[in-house]
Each structure stands twice: as C-alpha cells, then as structure tokens.
Write a protein that binds this ligand. Structure first.
Ligand code: AMP
Length: 574
C-alpha cells in the first residue's frame, strides 16, 4: 500500500475533503502539487453511495453493497442522500436506519481508506452539500460525519467546490461561472461570480428528479420498442439486467454513431442497433427539461446567457455527448472540462480543507453562498385602520440572498402600553407564520407607551456555516438581546450521537482486506443466478475452485483462482 510522505508538523492534523454524492462518494486531500483523490480499498476513486446490512449485522459499503442488490434487495439502500434531514427510515434486513446513519457508513468507509492510504488518522473533513440543501439537511450531513468519527466544522456547496477546483483559489480575474451538474438522479445549475477575490453563489436552480438514470431509461425503452418487447413482461431481475445493458449502451453512444445493445433473454441474446440520432431524438424531452433550470438561474441572477464567462460541467452524466452537444448549442461556447466531472467537487472540498488548515499553498478566497430559504419573523399586520391580522410572516433575509448577510427590520408596537416584544424566528416561504419552520424565539421588554411609538430593530445575521444570529434592540433605550441559532428540532446532542453510536455498535464493519474477494464472489453468484446450462456449469466450476482456494488460505493460490474467476466474469458479462 502506498504511503504518502508528509512534511507537516506532527501536531497538524489532516483535514480531508469529501464529496458525499447521491450516486458516488469520493475523498481527497491536498498535496504540494494540488488536490488529489484518494483511491478506495479496491483501488477506485469512486465509492458508490450504497449500503447493505445483512441479517447478522455485517455492513457492506460501495461496490460490494451494490453487487448485493440483485441477490438481496431487502438488505440494500441507495440514493439516501435525497432523504437527508427528513424523518424517513430505511429498513435493511429488518433493522431501521436514518439517512444520516447510512451516510455515516459511507463516510466511515472513506475515512478508513484515507487513513490506510495516508498512514495517519483522519479526524476532520470538509463535506460538500448541494447549494439548495437547507439547514436541516446540512445538519444531518454534519451528524453523519460525527457518527463516522469525523469533525465537520465546514461544509462547502457543491458548485462552489467545483469552481474552487477549477483553480479559483489562485485566480484573480473577475469571472462569472455557470456550474452545470448532471448526476445520476439530480440536476443542479448554479451561477457564481468571482469579484474582487470574493466568490459568490448568485443563484441556484435545479430539478431533483432529472439525471443520468433518465437517459438510461430512455435507452432501455428504445431497445424494448425496437425489439417489440414490454417492460412488464420482464421479471424484476431481468429489468435490472436490461438497465445495466442500457447503461453500457448509453456510454457507447458518446463514442460512435451507431451502437449495438444486446440483452440476454431466456438464454437467447437479443440485439438491436441504435443510432446516435435515434437516441438523441428519444432524449429530446429530457434535453428540453434541462433548459428550464438554466433559464431560471440566469433570470434569478439577473444575467443573460452571454454574460457567462465559463461553463463548468460536473456530474457523471455530463460525459454524454448528446448532453455536451446540447450545451454547446445552448451556450454557444465550449464548456470547461479539463477536470474529471466525477472528481471536481471532491477536489474543491480538499482545497477548502487546505484553506481551513491555512496551508500556504492556497490563497484564502472568501467563499460565500446563497441562503436557499427565507428567514424571517412573525408579525401582526394592520390591514385597515384599527384592524389587525396576526400570524403573518415578515421576511428578513430572503431566499437567494448572498451569505454571509446581515439584514435589519424595524418593528413597531401594535397595542397601547405593550410591555414586551416577542420575536419568533422562522424559516420558509409561506406568507403565514404557521406554515413556516419555527427555529426559536426571543423576548425583550419595552417602555410602555401608545401603540406605534416604541419600536425594535431585529437583525438577522446568517453565515456560511449556517449559524443564524438574531439580535433585537429597543430603539428608544438601546437595550438589546441576542441569540444564536444552531440547533433544530432534529438536531442530536453530543450524548445522543454517542448513544446512537453505541446502539449501532452491533454492526460489524467488514475488514477491508477481503473486500475484493467478497466482491468477486458476489458478482459470480449473481451471474450464476442469471445463467443457465453450460454457462452456469462453467461459472460453478470456477466459483467452487475459488472457494476452495479461500478455504485453504494460501495467498498466491487465492490470487490465481480469483484472477481466473474474474476473467470468466468479464467474458460472460457482455
Ligand atoms: P454521478 O451522480 O455524478 O456519479 O453521475 C452518475 C451518472 O453519470 C449515472 O447516471 C451514469 O450513468 C452517468 N455516467 C457516468 N459515466 C458516464 C459516461 N461515460 N457516459 C455517460 N454517462 C455516464
């Protein structure tokens, strides 16, 4: 195993950058040559964000967990990032988990890989989150880190991380960026502006249910239509296999004008030729859907297409040539793709980690973000002389405001001889206070007097680390009170984190050394189930040989048997 030499002081501790993605996650660190991805135990940069827990409480993460999907579907969870910050529970082999607990298992696996690779303990991370993640979802992400034994003091929004990775940390020219992020199941567009060394997210828009998987589905449907088959006629396992083949065919469309997709159905290989043009036409509707968030983000930022200096592509699905061609036509310029679109965010998070460590190699760029929700307070509105309506919401920091931000609103007394003012702090977009999320409240006494004479200034200051400071000052006396809101209803205290960690202690994290063996066996088992006749017998022969070698425990023999089995699997998994 490669060990990195490091020249930092002993008491310095390493902060890593993590992209905790919907489909895949990555971990990176900062080296003297710049940010670098740390490969996982299988030697790969991407670890699928998939978790499986079996009946005995064994935990599998990444590719191994994904491979268990077709054999033990009830033991596997994926795309749980979508549910972060919600009360949703996942049941794996009869055991209950919250989204942040599943995320923590992915983080733990990444942390372990980094520790072995770097040869030192990793205790702190900068984790990236989508720009639209609200406070609750950010808190859940932080908690996932804590459950994995990682301190998470700073989070970075994904588009900001992407822009930072593209060299922003040493860029001086003012630039407007559009970050186009098309992942497996999500689509985000962000507009950022670098101005006087301050990087600002100006607007975010997106579609939570659009991504590379939709393009796979179009390919699968096109195949079925050409082969005159229906999805309903396939079993669940056959559907999983069809989608796997469709994904491969989708990748191939970027390489050639005409591809052949094949699908093994009842021991018969069905083949269909699909042209690039046909596929592009079938994807027309998806491409149209991409336009909307691009338009919305531009109009929210008050910009036109022509105002954008650089277009950055991130997310695996931006590798699709039909997506790229569409974007070139849309923006009338070539997007910036010098970095691997899967790795950009993690690299940016590692740069941010270096900034936090105050490493000399990186210039500190002040990162800003936009508030993805409105923060305000409850007020009483006088809609006609002497007629009041209470329970109304008064925005103080509006959605899409650049943060850090500080705004003040002056509120007047509504009754004669009112003795105090209560400021209820709320988050949300509704005109009515009751529909918004209650974050906390603050009371302050005021001098008595006729209504409307006394007033208070309510100041909200919201920063990039999601801390909201509320200050209320009585205008006539200058007396003020302040509070800081960190917590939220589903926030766990330190004891709760500890308690939940103890509760989860029954989980057995698999030793990383045997991961590759486990993965090969699972893959072989899955293919055995799918195969029949000669193929099945052949697979059985090599699986048995590999299992026998494992039992005998001779390292060289195991490696040889594994290589042989792997070769057969490659051959058979056309
Ligand atoms: P991400 O969530 O960013 O990891 O993106 C995953 C999505 O990217 C999946 O839908 C993949 O099918 C897609 N993807 C990955 N590599 C490619 C490729 N070479 N060509 C087309 N799509 C790809």
């Amino acid at each position: 195993m490669e060990h990195n030499k490091n020249f930092r002081e002993m008491d310095d501790h390493m902060i890593v950058g993590i992209d905790l993605g919907t489909t895949n996650s990555l971990i990176a660190y900062f080296t003297e040559e710049g940010p670098k991805i740390i490969p996982n135990r299988l030697g790969k940069n991407l670890t699928p964000s998939v978790v499986s827990v079996d009946e005995e409480g064994n935990v599998y993460v990444g590719e191994t967990a994904r491979e268990r999907m077709s054999l033990y579907p009830d033991s596997v969870a994926q795309t749980f990032k979508r549910s972060m910050g919600t009360e949703r529970e996942y049941i794996l082999s009869g055991k209950h988990f919250r989204p942040e607990e599943l995320s923590s298992m992915v983080l733990r696996s990444l942390k372990e890989d980094a520790e072995v690779y770097l040869g030192e303990e990793v205790t702190e991370a900068v984790i990236s989150v989508p720009a639209y993640f609200d406070d609750k979802r950010r808190k859940a992400t932080k908690r996932a880190g804590e459950l994995a034994g990682l301190k998470v003091e700073r989070m970075i929004s994904e588009p900001t991380a992407a822009a930072v990775a593209y060299g922003l940390y040493d860029k001086t020219k003012d630039t407007r960026f559009l970050v186009f992020d098309l992942g497996g199941g999500t689509f985000d567009v962000s507009i950022l502006e670098l101005y006087h060394n301050i990087l600002e997210v100006r607007a975010v828009a997106g579609d939570n249910y659009l991504g590379g998987e939709d393009f796979t589905e179009v390919m699968a449907k096109l195949f079925l239509q050409k082969a005159k088959m229906t999805l309903q006629s396939l079993t669940e396992k056959e559907q999983v296999r069809l989608y796997r083949q469709a994904e491969k065919a989708k990748y191939a469309t970027s390489e050639s004008d005409k591809i052949t997709m094949s699908f093994l159905y009842h021991e018969e290989t069905i083949e269909q030729q699909i042209t690039h043009r046909e596929y592009e036409e079938a994807c027309e509707e998806l491409l149209m859907k991409i336009r909307e968030p691009v338009k919305k983000s531009l109009s929210d930022a008050g910009l036109k297409l022509g105002d954008i200096d650089e277009v950055i592509l991130i997310g695996g699905a931006t590798r699709l040539s039909i997506v790229r061609d569409f974007l070139i036509r849309l923006f009338r310029k070539f997007p910036d793709t010098k970095l691997n679109p899967d790795e950009t965010v993690a690299l940016g998070a590692a740069v941010q980690a270096a900034m936090k460590e105050r490493r000399e190699e990186v210039k500190e760029v002040i990162l800003t973000d936009v508030c993805s929700f409105t923060l305000g307070t409850e007020v009483v509105v006088e809609y006609e002389e002497g007629k009041f309506e209470d329970g109304r919401f008064c925005p103080i920091i509006e959605r899409n405001t650049v943060i850090p931000a500080s705004h003040t609103e002056r509120l007047f007394t509504v009754r004669d001889n009112q003795e105090k003012v209560r400021v209820r702090v709320l988050q949300g977009e509704s005109r009515f206070a009751r529909n918004n999320l209650f974050l906390g409240e603050l009371e302050i006494e005021i001098p008595k007097g006729p209504k409307g004479r006394e007033s208070v200034d309510v100041t909200y200051t919201y920063d990039i680390n999601s801390l909201l400071e509320v200050e209320v000052t009585v205008v006539s006396t200058g007396v003020s009170r302040k509070m800081i809101i960190k917590g939220q209803e589903n926030q766990m205290t330190e004891e709760e984190v500890k308690k939940r960690m103890e509760e989860l202690a029954y989980l057995k994290i698999q030793p990383r050394d045997y991961e590759e063996n486990r993965l090969v066996l699972l893959r072989a088992e899955r293919m055995y189930e799918e195969a029949l006749g000669d193929r099945r017998r052949k697979l059985d022969h090599y699986i048995t040989a590999f299992e026998a070698a494992l039992k005998r425990g001779d390292h060289d023999e195991i490696m040889d048997a594994r290589d042989e089995l792997n070769e057969i699997l490659e051959e058979e998994d056309e």
